[in-house]
Ligand binder design. Structure first.
Ligand code: ZN
Length: 403
C-alpha cells in the first residue's frame, strides 16, 4: 500500500498505526460540540507537540495549528480538519455508545469518528511521520484543526485571514478518493408579521401562516440554477417557528428557515434576487402582512470566549477535473496507494468553500465514508484510516513540489 514511499518511511508509518488509532479513540471519547472544542483542542495540541512538530499554536478562535517546516523550495500546504461534530441525538439509537470510541468489526465507532476525528487523526499523524523523521516537505506544512465547522465554518474563515497557504487539502469524507468541489449552503430566514388575535376571531387578525403557506408552496415552482457537474441548486424549508406557544392564539409572527444548496457560480445575491419577488407577491395577497427575507446570521461563541455574528453561508466551489492540483493529487495518491483514485464531488458543503474564497486552491481527501456521516451508524474502518495516513504522508511530500 505504500507504493513508492521509501522502505524506511513505510516502516515508520507502520509503527504509527496503533498510536494513531488510540489517539483517534481519545478524540472520539472527548465530546466537542461547536463552541465546546476546548478539551479536544488540548489533546490535539499535546499530540502535535509529542510528535515533534516544529511549532504548535492556538489562535484567538481556538483553532490549533501545527507547523512542519518546509525546505522552502515548494509551495506551502494546509491540511484542514474540524474538531467539532454534530449532536449525537438519542443514545439508545446507537449500536455502540456515541462517545465510546470502541472498535468492533474492524471499525472505530462514535460520533465524530468519520466526521472528522478519524481523518483529523490521520492528517496529524502524517505531519508527525515527517516531524519524527526530520523530513522537510517542499514547502511549509500546516496541519489545522479548526473549530465550529458544523455551524458554518467560523474557524477556517477566521484562520485564513492570518494564515494563507498556497494549497490545501480538506479531510471531509471521500472514502479515500479525491474531491474537487461541492455545492454551497446558504441558510435563509423568511420572517412574516401579521396581527395576533384570539383564535376564535381570526378575521380580526392577520395570520402570518397564510403568507408562509403560499410562499412554501411556490418554492416548488422556482427554476433552479443548473450545473453540468453538480446538478441543480435545491431549496428545502426546514425549521418553522412562531412567536406563540398557545394553540388558541393567532400568532403575530412566523418564520421559516430555508436550506439552499447553490451550485458554483450562484451567489447569495442571486438567491435573494430570485426569492424576494416571490415573497413580495405572497405578502401582497394577504392584506396587512409584512415580511423580510434575510441570510440567517448566528451569534457564535468560541470556547476561547470570542463572540461573532456569523452568516450561515458555505461558499460553493469546483476545481476543474483537469486542474493541475487535482491531477497531481490523483497521481500521487494512485501511485502510493497502488490503486486507481476517482475524482469525485462532495454532496455536502465543507470548509473548502472558505479556503477557495480566500484564494487557496483546495482538494479533498478524507479517510471515511460519506454515508456514515451525521448518522447513528457513524464509524470509520481502521484500515481506511491507515490508508489515509499513507495518502496524507504522500500528499505532504509531493503536493508542494514545484511552482
Ligand atoms: Zn465534517
Amino acid at each position: 500500500m505504500t507504493g513508492y514511499l521509501e522502505e524506511g518511511l513505510a516502516s515508520v508509518i507502520n509503527q504509527c498505526r496503533s498510536p494513531m488509532i488510540s489517539f483517534c479513540q481519545r478524540l472520539v471519547r472527548t465530546p466537542s460540540l461547536p463552541g465546546e472544542e476546548g478539551d479536544v483542542a488540548e489533546s490535539v495540541r499535546a499530540e502535535m507537540e509529542l510528535l515533534g512538530y516544529d511549532e504548535v499554536w492556538v489562535d484567538d478562535w481556538g483553532n490549533v495549528v501545527g507547523l512542519v517546516r518546509g525546505r522552502g523550495t515548494g509551495r506551502s500546504l494546509m491540511f484542514n480538519g474540524h474538531m467539532d461534530h454534530v449532536d449525537p441525538g438519542e443514545v439508545k439509537d446507537w449500536p455502540y455508545a456515541p462517545y465510546s470510541g470502541e472498535i468492533h468489526r474492524g471499525r472505530l465507532w462514535g460520533r465524530g469518528a468519520a466526521d472528522m476525528k478519524g481523518p483529523l487523526a490521520a492528517m496529524i499523524y502524517a505531519g508527525g511521520v515527517l516531524a519524527r523523521e526530520a523530513i522537510h516537505p517542499p514547502g511549509d506544512l500546516y496541519v489545522a484543526a479548526v473549530v465550529q465547522e458544523e455551524v458554518g465554518g467560523l474557524g477556517t474563515q477566521k484562520l485564513v485571514q492570518s494564515l494563507s497557504p498556497e494549497i490545501a487539502v480538506v479531510g471531509e469524507a471521500t472514502g479515500n478518493q479525491l474531491a474537487r468541489g461541492h455545492r454551497g449552503r446558504i441558510e435563509l430566514v423568511v420572517r412574516v408579521r401579521g396581527k395576533s388575535v384570539h383564535a376564535s376571531v381570526p378575521r380580526q387578525g392577520v395570520n402570518p401562516h397564510a403568507v408562509l403557506a403560499r410562499f412554501i408552496q411556490r418554492l416548488e415552482t422556482l427554476a433552479l440554477a443548473q450545473d453540468e457537474t453538480f446538478g441543480h441548486s435545491t431549496v428545502a424549508p426546514t425549521v418553522y417557528l412562531t412567536d406563540q406557544r398557545s394553540s388558541n392564539v393567532v400568532p403575530g409572527e412566523a418564520r421559516v428557515h430555508l436550506d439552499w444548496r447553490n451550485v458554483p457560480g450562484e451567489t447569495r445575491e442571486d438567491v435573494i434576487a430570485q426569492l424576494q419577488p416571490v415573497l413580495d407577491a405572497c405578502l401582497a395577497e394577504v392584506e396587512g402582512s409584512h415580511g423580510e427575507l434575510l441570510v440567517h446570521t448566528r451569534e457564535l461563541r468560541t470556547y476561547t470566549g470570542r463572540i461573532e455574528a456569523f452568516p450561515a453561508v458555505f461558499p460553493s466551489y469546483g476545481l476543474d477535473a483537469d486542474h493541475p492540483l487535482v491531477l497531481k493529487g490523483q497521481q500521487v495518491l494512485a501511485r502510493v496507494l497502488s490503486r486507481p483514485v476517482d475524482i469525485v464531488t462532495w454532496d455536502f458543503a465543507t470548509d473548502g468553500g472558505h479556503l477557495m474564497e480566500a484564494g487557496v486552491p483546495t482538494i479533498g481527501f478524507g479517510p471515511a465514508e460519506a454515508d456514515r456521516v451525521h448518522t447513528v451508524e457513524e464509524s470509520v474502518a481502521v484500515e481506511m484510516l491507515v490508508e489515509g495516513l499513507v495518502g496524507y504522508t504522500a500528499l505532504a511530500l509531493e503536493l508542494g513540489r514545484g511552482h
